[in-house]
Design a binder for this molecule. Structure first.
Ligand code: HAM
Length: 419
């Protein structure tokens, strides 16, 4: 017996129904905001991801060398690939350029529920716009893409890395000559107790500790007045007020404890959680970032987000959401071998009209076939026997009620459409 590689999964037809439903729903929300789909390769050059993050990211990647010794990696996310694509081929496109993607990503994470080594992201990149209305629209898009799938309970939190960096520089940088990474890691983990301990260990005076912690706790734009200049704050305030008023999102929270795990962010950042998921509750992360210049393009504002697709499915399941299930429209049952030809003919005729049809391929007879049709969730059964065929008819059975009637072959399509 072969085993699945750790952190990967197989998906049954039922799983795939759920996944296709969520994918379609999200893609349709993205399209309704004017986004067009792009696709990039599953593997990229290793350098694409080390360019910003340095070699320390390699421990989290599935990197490998191909037979010619090229250093490659399975993609851990899609922002860097999409920006590589943009710099290479799309820079001349009219702005703002709105792109969305759906694809598998690979991270050498420690697997647990909601955390996999192969997982799927669906997300958007907005290139060439950074006005408050552009950013508010982007955040609203992430929110509604999740909400429109039918998920009830989500929280949206909006932070700002420039503000966090300023506070780090003012209060902590002299005690952390190696940079902010360790502090931000603990903020990201929401481990503020450990953060305090560490401050004391590296000798941050209590006053500066308190100042930094107070900033992390500021939960209204008023609180921010102490730390941030008017002009900057207005931009941030406008994003939050538009989300509440024009985009109609009431559950928006200001949150200065958003540090984001990736190195390319700056300015506004945001996250969306599904509290029902517990530890791995983060469904979506995004914000404003810088990669275009680093990748050799002409500087242009960029912002985006990615939704953890697998976690959305888990959250819908946890909320006991009823996914639309796939049902075959018709199951055709030839009464005996003689009617197989005619059954296939009828099946083909219905399929051409976009009706989903399956038929008994095992010659199992009527009663066994009806049982099978039932298990397969067929809506109707069409029984084709010698007597019926004499009148160019079939027996048409409603699988839910068990009611049967004779229907002319020529009338099956209209009968199905009217049911
Ligand atoms: P990220 O926060 O690293 O951001 O990932 C986005 C989402 O992917 C997370 O919120 C989470 O739901 C999901 N996710 C991450 N790792 C795993 C995993 N091992 N298993 C299951 N789900 C996971 C990004 O990747 C950025 N590229 C987002 C972005 C786009 N920023 C700007 N544009």
């Amino acid at each position: 017996m072969f085993q699945l590689p750790r952190g990967t999964r197989d998906f049954t037809p039922e799983d795939m129904e759920k996944r296709r439903y969520v994918e379609k729903s999200m893609a349709s929300t993205f399209r309704s905001f004017g986004y067009g789909e792009v696709q990039t390769p599953t593997f990229e050059t290793l350098e694409l991801f080390t360019a910003k993050s340095g070699d320390s990211i390699i421990g989290e990647l599935y990197d490998f060398s191909d037979k010619s010794g090229r250093k490659l990696t399975l993609r851990p996310e899609l922002t860097a690939p999409v920006i590589r694509f943009y710099v290479d081929k799309l820079q001349m496109e009219p702005k703002p350029l709105k792109l969305y993607y759906f694809g598998n990503c690979f991270r050498y994470d420690r697997p647990q529920k909601g955390r996999y080594r192969e997982f799927w992201q669906i997300g958007c990149e907005l290139i060439g716009a950074s006005t408050p209305e552009a950013l508010a629209e982007l955040i609203a898009l992430a929110y509604y893409a999740i909400k429109n799938t039918g998920l009830e309970n989500i929280d949206l939190r909006i932070g700002n890395l420039d503000y966090l960096n300023q506070q780090f520089d003012t209060n902590l940088s002299e005690y952390y000559p190696g940079g902010s990474a360790e502090v931000y890691r603990l903020i990201d983990k929401e481990d503020l107790e450990e953060l305090r301990n560490q401050f004391t260990e590296v000798g941050v005076p209590t006053e500066k500790q308190n100042e930094f912690m107070d900033f992390l706790d500021s939960s209204s734009t008023d609180d921010l007045k102490r730390y941030i200049g008017d002009l900057e704050r207005k931009h941030y305030e406008k994003i939050i007020s538009m989300l509440k008023k024009e985009f109609g999102i009431s559950r928006v929270k200001q949150e200065m404890k958003i540090a984001r795990g990736l190195d390319y962010y700056k300015g506004m950042v945001f996250e969306i959680d599904a509290p029902v998921l517990g530890a791995e509750k983060q469904l979506c992360g995004g914000g404003v970032y810088d990669l275009v210049k680093l990748f050799g393009g002409t500087d242009v504002p960029t912002a985006g987000f990615a939704i953890g697709f697998d976690r959305v499915i888990l959250a819908l399941e946890a909320e006991k959401f009823t996914f639309p299930s796939f049902k075959i429209d018709v199951y055709i049952i030839p009464v005996d071998q003689e009617q197989i030809g005619k059954s296939i003919e009828v099946a083909q005729k219905l399929r051409k009209k976009g009706i989903s049809v399956d038929l008994d391929l095992l010659n199992r007879g009527v009663s066994k076939s009806l049982k099978y049709a039932n298990v397969r969730n067929a809506k109707k059964a069409v029984i084709i026997g010698p007597k019926e065929l004499k009148n160019d008819s079939v027996t048409f059975r409603d699988m839910k009620t068990g009611n049967q009637e004779l229907v002319k072959i020529a009338d099956i399509v209209s009968k199905l459409k009217n049911n």
